[in-house]
Design a protein around this ligand. Structure first.
Ligand code: ZN
Length: 176
């Protein structure tokens, strides 16, 4: 079984593993579908998970949660922009054929946030390739346990490493 997505650089294998392990413990359909992992320049890895709210705007993305974890867990004398090396986000998606995992590109809000705090760090986007679009799943399951078991397969498509500042061409660097 394939362990890593096409396009994932070998230096980021641990980062993928950390995000996937976090998602395996926290996943809930419709609520906690994405986990993110950030590696700092000191080599530490911090993770965060998506928290959906019933009012869409109240939702918080995994990338923002991971940024907060870096802030809490890193040297207070080092600016985040000098601390963050790479961020990756992983999506778990069950369907009638089983379950897949893949990288997922930062949403527009996360692009803004990552650009503000770490424009020279690296992230991942996802190229669909020949993979067909997957339907969004909705559930009315009551809150029970979190996490998933088993070994999801790696979705088709391609993970592509990209500089965060290239996610928002033309956006001005924030001087803070
Ligand atoms: Zn986002």
């Amino acid at each position: 079984m394939k362990l890593y997505p096409d396009g994932l650089e070998s230096r980021d294998a641990e980062l993928w593993d950390a995000a996937l392990e976090t998602l395996a413990r926290t996943y809930r359909t419709g609520r906690h579908e994405v986990a993110a992992a950030i590696r700092t320049n000191s080599g530490a890895i911090h993770t965060g998970v998506h928290i959906a709210g019933s009012a869409g705007r109240s939702s918080i993305c995994a990338e923002g949660m991971a940024l907060g974890a870096v802030l809490i867990g890193s040297d207070s004398t080092v600016p985040l922009s000098d601390e963050i090396d790479t961020v990756i986000a992983v999506l778990y998606r069950p369907d009638e054929h089983g379950a897949t995992v893949r990288t997922i590109a930062p949403c527009g809000v996360c692009r803004e946030l990552l650009f503000d705090y770490a424009p020279n760090s690296w992230g991942y986007v996802y190229d669909w390739g020949t993979t067909s679009l997957q339907p969004t799943l909705h559930t009315t399951e009551p809150e029970t346990e979190r996490g998933f078991s088993g070994s999801p397969t790696i979705a088709g498509g391609h993970a592509r490493r990209i500089l965060i500042r290239d996610l928002l061409p033309g956006k001005n660097l924030r001087d803070w």
